[in-house]
Design a protein around this ligand. Structure first.
Ligand code: SF4
Ligand code: MSK
Length: 667
């Protein structure tokens, strides 16, 4: 298998080289990834950048003008003249596009909610005493989450509270009627809008199942009705599955608070055993952290001639342990194959989501051992060592032992890019509250005041993947720089956070790139102009922070009133569509870059880009160019400031009486 893979990879790249040469500088601005692409080409190895370069995206799929929901089709409509044809069953372009979009939401929401449910499974087993290797680490967080959904905590022991919390949170997934528990955190007016529209989620399982049912041939054939349900489905992700994943992970493994961490491929060390975890579930990573710190395994590494063991993350579980424990991070989604080309990775262990199948081939080429560990995600030809939470070390110790063996027998020359950047990561809703308000008056009031007085114009969430269809990292970097230059505070998660970390924006010194107002706030508080909140599921932290801003007062009555915007400049996964839709359904104006998965000239497109706002929700927008992208967000933020009446004087207005009174009344 290994030899076959190597031959296939080399033959493929040789053939492709004849077709169209990859312009490495145009493919990525990440210096480490560029260096590894140059080595790949010297070695005749192909990765996703080469495949994207030689394979055009399917234009019909890109326009969402086809349907294959039954065998009377697949039916292909004309995207240029979308109302000239209908499918064999009579489905219109709007039905087809709404159903395709809905299925992206379902798939993305399923990924997050299934992840959240696994975290809840671990929590239950810890509470029941069946899992001994993990414990409740953050009891303050346990109590605050319990109180946020109305659980009595006074004079009760932790086990009791945890048991009731588990039982309550389970309905996030299994509820068949009523509202999911975290609806209690939603600002009243936002919840009222959702109730009126009938989109308050019941359990996620029910919403996901109903969405799949409705998009079967011959069921829901009204694009507006479909849009209501995919909004409900997405909300069951953001305020449900994802939020449970974040909160339970904090309870079990600790709520992040700022720490200094290194990011980029330079975190690997030639004279160490290097282990990389690429995936999404923090329980697996937590166990690996314990394994690499085991004195017996460190000694084994030394006996093999290494100076020690380096553990680094990639993608989202990497972003989580970067935030929680300061574990170094080697790169985002489009660097996961590239890092293998260093020859320095002795083991890469993967769990779920955003794991490229192409890794198997690249690992074969460089003698790196790749292991799948999650029962839901095997890769053909790749060795599987199952991770079982009841006995986690049996998997993670074994992977370390094998990495040590591979270190001893390294065949390929090692070439590690020297780039690495230290930054401050690990912000959370709780820490933002504390950081701005101080120990005695932890509160969002100072943030709201700074928005009202205009030092900070508003808040943007810039999140999501990297995508070889656009220059890796470039759009994230330029969008964020433009936002902070215009005094917009940026919150980040996932692969986007890693991009900005690689380019040095996670330091308080980067405040000089911000406009004068934001710069002043950053200097006063000692914070970077960009705050990293962790992984994709941790976008739920942005929802909680936004709700706190509304509840604190002075910035309107619902999430849609806030001077805030969302963005995924280089998105690629269906999870990003679910995230985008729950942001939009929550009332946030959200801009996507790279591509948008439906054509422009349809009623369904108008609904997403305008109609949802008329329903009282947020709205979608799209811009590939980073400066245009950022300015669309800034224009929206200014529009909301105008509507709030806090833009009376353009610059640095003092907080007016009305705004102060609203704040005081809410405090
Ligand atoms: Fe064609 Fe309708 Fe079947 Fe879709 S559901 S493939 S539009 S016949
Ligand atoms: S890993 S979903 S590429 S952010 Fe969360 Fe990165 Fe996007 Fe996967």
């Amino acid at each position: 298998m290994a030899t076959e893979n190597k031959v296939a990879a080399k033959t493929a790249v040789a053939a492709k080289a004849k077709e169209k040469k990859l312009n490495i500088e145009a493919a990525t601005i990440c210096p480490s990834t560029q260096q590894m692409l140059r080595r790949a080409e010297r070695d005749g190895v192909e990765i996703a950048f080469h495949r994207a370069n030689s394979m055009k995206a399917c234009p019909i799929g890109a326009d969402s003008a086809c349907c294959k929901h039954c065998s009377m089709g697949p039916c292909r409509l004309n995207a240029k003249d979308p109302y000239s044809k209908v499918g064999v069953c009579g489905a219109t372009i709007d039905t087809i596009q709404a159903r395709n979009f809905a299925r992206m939401v379902v798939s993305g929401a399923a990924a997050h909610t299934d992840h959240g449910m696994s975290m809840l499974d671990v929590f239950r087993e810890v509470v029941r005493g069946h899992i001994k290797d993990f414990k409740i680490k953050d009891t303050d967080k346990l109590v605050s989450v319990a109180e946020s959904i109305g659980i009595e905590t006074q004079d009760r022991d932790i086990k009791d509270i945890a048991t009731e919390l588990y039982e309550e949170l389970e309905s996030t997934y299994t509820g068949i009627e009523g509202e999911i528990p975290f609806m209690k955190r939603v600002p009243e007016k936002t919840l009222e809008t959702w109730r009126k529209l009938g989109i308050v989620p019941r359990g996620a399982m029910r919403e996901l199942m109903e969405m799949m049912h409705r998009t079967h041939i011959g069921v829901d054939q009204d694009y507006e009705n479909i849009a209501k349900h995919f909004s409900r489905t997405a909300l069951s992700d953001g305020w449900g599955g994802s939020m449970v994943a974040t909160e339970v992970s904090d309870i079990l493994f600790g709520t992040p608070s700022p720490l200094s961490v290194e990011v980029d491929m330079g975190v690997l060390k030639e004279d160490h055993v290097n282990v990389i975890i690429n995936g999404h579930e923090p329980n697996f990573f937590e166990s690996m952290i314990v394994s690499v710190q085991d004195p017996a395994l460190i000694q084994a590494a030394k006996d093999a001639g290494a100076k020690g063991i380096v553990l680094a993350g990639m993608c989202c579980s990497g972003a989580e342990v970067l935030s929680r424990h300061g574990i170094p991070h080697a790169g985002n989604f489009m660097s996961t194959e590239a890092v293998i080309i260093t020859g320095a990775v002795d083991a890469m262990a993967v769990d779920v989501q955003c794991i490229k199948q192409g890794l198997a081939t690249v690992c074969d080429c460089y003698g790196t051992k790749l292991y799948t560990t999650n029962p839901r995600a095997h890769i053909e030809g790749v060795e599987h060592i199952e991770f079982v939470e009841h006995e986690p070390r049996s998997c993670t110790d074994e992977i370390v032992i094998r990495a040590i063996t591979r270190f001893k027998n390294r065949q390929k020359p090692v070439e590690i890019p020297k780039f690495k950047h230290t930054g401050i990561h690990g912000f959370s809703h709780e820490y933002i509250n504390y950081m701005l308000g101080g120990t005695f008056r932890g509160s969002y009031k100072p943030l709201n005041e700074n928005i009202i007085n205009g030092r900070i114009r508003g808040v943007a969430g810039v999140v999501g993947c990297t995508n070889p269809r656009v220059q890796q990292d470039k759009v994230h970097l330029e969008v964020v720089k433009e936002l902070i230059k215009n005094d917009v505070l940026v919150l980040q998660t996932g692969c986007s956070q890693i991009t900005l970390a690689k380019f040095g924006l996670y330091t308080p010194e980067a405040a000089h790139l911000a406009g004068p107002g934001l710069q002043e706030v950053c200097e006063t508080v000692g914070m970077p102009p960009v705050l990293g909140l962790g992984s994709c599921v941790d976008n739920s932290r942005i929802l909680v922070a936004a709700s706190e801003m509304v509840k604190t007062g002075g910035l309107g009555n619902c999430l849609a009133d806030l001077p805030a915007a969302g963005s995924a400049p280089e998105w690629m996964s269906e999870k990003a569509i679910s995230i985008g839709q729950y942001f939009v359904a929550s009332g946030v104006y959200t801009v996507f870059g790279a591509t948008f998965p439906i054509t422009q000239n349809t009623k369904f497109h108008k609904l997403l880009f305008k109609g949802l706002e008329d329903w009282g929700l947020g709205t979608w927008d799209f811009a590939v160019d980073p400066i245009e992208h950022a300015h669309k967000m800034i224009a929206h933020i200014e529009k909301k400031r105008d509507a709030l009446g806090i833009n009376k004087k353009k610059e640095r207005v003092l907080m007016d009486f009305e705004a102060r009174r609203a704040l005081d009344a809410a405090a």
